[in-house]
Ligand binder design. Structure first.
Ligand code: ITP
Ligand code: ZN
Ligand code: ZN
Length: 225
């Protein structure tokens, strides 16, 4: 686990370096890949980003906000849930109040507006709606919404299911027979039923990851079209 978060920490330093003249999109998108591939948990990522967002350096704080924006666009519901949790919305409210960087505040208002539009139909993200209402009541002026800002990347890999037996052959898990997850369908399997790996471009996963036999067949069969 450490190896994966160690990689994340290095990428975050690069993506939010105060020496950057322009955003480091390569590192930013590699961060998204780590989250998408379940190598780093969104909670860990957002906790690390909070420190960067409150940096005294305007570039670091601003680039950190661009990383959050990319995560929301590219990593799907697991990030959306963390982002719109009350605790993080309270942090964003405080950041809007306390940041000394006008560019961060402007970008933050733009993002809160875009996220509210994107999640407007989903009651799960009520804390974000409350945040925007509270900030409007406090006199914050939100920019005109660009709907393009609120579009998100297509598919993201499904969340992992849990279970005591292999989803395919029903063998019981135990100290020897370990659990594994297929990154394509998210189901839980034994080692024998997830012995192969493949890339999953439709989920933005470019490296070979563990998949179950049926998802392997599905992902590797020549396309009929
Ligand atoms: O080996 P364990 O200590 O049981 O841990 C399991 C591995 O981390 C599996 O990773 P993998 O799918 O990449 O094998 C994961 O899918 C299971 O949920 C975990 O229980
Ligand atoms: Zn099995
Ligand atoms: Zn599968």
């Amino acid at each position: 686990m450490f190896a994966r978060t160690g990689n994340f920490d290095k990428l975050l330093e690069k993506a939010t370096s105060h020496l950057l003249m322009d955003p480091d999109w390569v590192s930013t998108l590699q961060i998204c890949d780590l989250i998408r591939q379940n190598d780093v948990q969104p909670r860990y990522a957002l906790a690390a980003l909070k420190k960067k967002l409150t940096s005294t350096n305007p570039h670091s704080a601003y680039y950190a906000l661009l990383v959050v924006e990319s995560m929301v666009k590219n990593c799907g519901p697991v990030v959306h849930e963390e982002l719109t949790a009350k605790a993080f919305c309270d942090f964003l409210h405080d950041l809007a109040k306390t940041t000394v960087h006008e560019n961060v505040r402007t970008k933050l208002l733009e993002l809160i507006q875009a996220w509210n539009f994107a999640f407007r139909k989903n009651p799960k993200h009520g804390a974000l709606k409350d945040l925007m209402a509270a900030m409007k009541a406090e006199g914050y002026k939100f920019p005109v919404l660009r709907e393009s800002d609120a579009m998100f990347a297509a598919d993201t890999a499904p969340e992992w299911a849990d279970g005591d037996v292999c989803h395919r052959c029903r063998v019981q898990f135990n100290i020897i027979q370990r659990k594994h997850h297929c990154r394509a369908c998210g189901q839980v399997f034994c080692g024998q039923c997830t012995s192969r790996s493949t890339t999953l471009p439709k989920y933005g996963i470019e490296k070979e990851v563990r998949v179950c036999d049926s998802c392997f067949e599905q992902a590797t069969k020549p396309s009929t079209t």
